[in-house]
Design a protein around this ligand. Structure first.
Ligand SMILES: Cc1cc2nc3c(=O)[nH]c(=O)nc-3n(C[C@H](O)[C@H](O)[C@H](O)COP(=O)(O)O)c2cc1C
Length: 198
């Protein structure tokens, strides 16, 4: 008999497992859920995808948090259309998570302040790069990083904490005996949960 994980045929268990994995993703730098892919919609309507570091996962608030530079394309795209998707797959756990929701950019409020305060110096330096991220430059090294902590503090103005209010979460667990796919939604104020054919 195959040993299935406790969430295998337990719908609420799959949701709990998803939030557990997301929480581990925040805490464990080498975990697969530490670096999900973030999808936004470009100005031209085409999908845009890149890796971000998962900085916060709050099951009770049903929110995820990552950080970015206000000057980046992703920040501009979120400001224009807050609908985002995040994806990660943990090959060891055989779990894929797909999350969708509305993102909010925080620059000068308590959310941003707490996130900046908790950021390591090595994470802060990126926000003070010149020229702005995504600017074409004549050579690979034709950009400047802050030289010291005081200069790195200059990046604070560019720092954005992005909070995603999770509206859909899809959980997929791969198993030889039969995959398990579950969808959780919190749309229009109502919570939904259902198994899906994998
Ligand atoms: C492992 C890894 C982690 C990254 N984490 C972040 C992040 O937390 N925030 C961010 O803005 N960019 C992060 N990046 C860089 C983005 O993937 C992307 O290349 C860059 O931000 C430009 O994206 P944009 O032009 O779509 O804004 C990370 C890249 C890698 C490879």
């Amino acid at each position: 008999m195959t040993d299935h994980p406790p969430f295998y045929d337990d719908l609420p268990g799959c949701l709990a497992e998803a939030w557990l994995r997301l929480g581990e993703g925040v805490a464990q730098r080498r975990g697969a859920f530490h670096t999900p892919a973030l999808a936004t919609t470009g100005r031209d309507g085409a999908p845009r995808l890149r890796t971000v570091v998962l900085r916060g996962a709050d099951a009770a608030a049903r929110s995820l948090r990552f950080h970015c530079d206000a000057r980046s394309d992703k920040a501009r795209e979120i400001a224009r259309d807050p609908r985002v998707a995040l994806h990660a797959y943990d090959a060891g756990a055989k779990i894929q998570l797909r999350v969708e929701g509305a993102a909010t950019l925080h620059g000068d409020d308590a959310v941003a302040e707490a996130a900046w305060a908790a950021s390591l110096p090595m994470s802060r330096v990126g926000y003070a790069t010149a020229p702005a991220p995504g600017t074409p430059i004549p050579a690979g090294d034709a950009y400047a990083l802050p030289g010291d902590a005081a200069q790195a503090q200059g990046g604070r103005a560019h720092f954005r904490a992005v909070v995603v209010a999770v509206a859909r979460l899809e959980f997929l667990y791969l198993a030889r005996a039969g995959h398990r796919r579950a969808l959780f939604t919190w749309e229009a104020g109502a919570a939904g949960a259902t198994w899906l054919a994998p």
